[in-house]
Design a protein around this ligand. Sequence first.
Ligand SMILES: Nc1ncnc2c1ncn2[C@@H]1O[C@H](COP(=O)(O)OP(=O)(O)O)[C@@H](O)[C@H]1O
Ligand SMILES: O=P(O)(O)OC[C@H]1O[C@](O)(COP(=O)(O)O)[C@@H](O)[C@@H]1O
Length: 310
Amino acid sequence: MITTVTLNAAIDKTYFLPTFPLGKVSRVQRYRAAPGGKGINVAKVVAQLGVPVTATGFVGGFNGEMIKQLLDRMGIGHDFVSVQGESRVCLNILDEENGISTELLEPGPTVDPQALAQMEEKIREHAAKSRIVCFSGSLPAGVPKDFYVKLVSIAKEAGAYVILDASGDALRFGLEAGPDMIKPNEEEVEGLLGIRVQDEAALQKAVETLLQKYGMDRISVSLGGAGSMVASQAGTFRVETPKVDVVNTVGCGDSYVAGMAVSLATGLSLEEGLALASAAGTSNAMTDEAGLIEPEEVERLRGQVRITAL
Ligand SMILES: Nc1ncnc2c1ncn2[C@@H]1O[C@H](COP(=O)(O)OP(=O)(O)O)[C@@H](O)[C@H]1O
Ligand SMILES: O=P(O)(O)OC[C@H]1O[C@](O)(COP(=O)(O)O)[C@@H](O)[C@@H]1O
C-alpha cells in the first residue's frame, strides 16, 4: 500500500485556449476539471500503474465533496480530514498556439488546530499499513511551517519509506525529520544550499552534498524535458527522458514521484525505478490532464529512458 498526503487538496482546472490575450475576454470552449493538488495527482498515477493507494489530506466545503466524489469514481481509496472553508481551485490556462501555461493557485482553506491533531492520527494509522508515504505540496493557512517535521517523523517511526515533495520552508523544515527521498527542482536545490547552480557539474556536487548532509536514500532533481539528476547511496545518475509531443506538463513532477513510489513498493531496482518514474512523468506531459498517464505509453517509454552513471 502507498499513502499520499495532500495538505492543500485542489480541483485542478485546465482551460485550453488557442491564445490567451491579457486584458481581453476569452470564451473557454474546452476545459477539464479533476481532483488534484500534488499528492492526489500522485495517488491517481499510482492507481493507474496498478498499485493500491490511499489518499489523505485536508478537504473542505463543496470542492472537498467534489474531490472525494471524483476519487470515488476513479476507484481511488481516500480518508481525508474535513476542515471548515473551501478546498481551492488550481487553474492552468493553456495557450495552445504559443505553448505557454499560466497557473493560478488559490490559497485553500484555513486549517484549525483540532484538524491538525486529527491529521497526525491519520498519518500514524495509514503509515503503519503502508510501505511508502508521499507528502506532497504546499501548506494551507493554519498549518505550521514545521508540520512536515511532525508528519514525516510519525510516518518514519511507523516504518514507512517517506518521500517529501515540497518547496520553500515546508521542504527546509521537513528535511529535519529525515525523509528517505525528496524531489526538488534546480531552484529548490539552490534555495536549500544558498548557492547558484551554473552547470550540471555544479548540480551534481549540490545534490551529493544534500544527500550526505541529510543522510537520505535518494534525491531526484527533476529537469522538465531534460529528465532528472538523481543522487543515491548507490551513486549519482543522469536520467534522460524521451523527446515527445508535449500537451500539458502540469503534474509531471507528481507522476514522476508516483513512478518512484511504485518502484519502491514493488521492489524494482534503482535503475528500473528511474526509468519508470521518468516514463510516468513523460507520459503525463503527453496528456491534457495533471496526473493522467497512459500505462501502455509508460511501458513503451520506459525502454527509451537513458540512464548514465556519473
Ligand atoms: N517537456 C517534457 N518532455 C518530456 N518529459 C517531461 C517533460 N516535462 C517533464 N517531463 C517528465 O516529467 C519529469 C518531472 O517533470 P518536471 O517538470 O521536472 O517536474 P515538476 O512538475 O515538479 O516541475 C521529468 O523528469 C520528465 O521525466
Ligand atoms: O500544493 P502546491 O505546491 O501549491 O501545488 C499545487 C499544484 O501543483 C500541481 O500538482 C502540479 O504540480 P507539478 O506540475 O509539480 O507536478 C497542480 O496540479 C496543483 O494543483
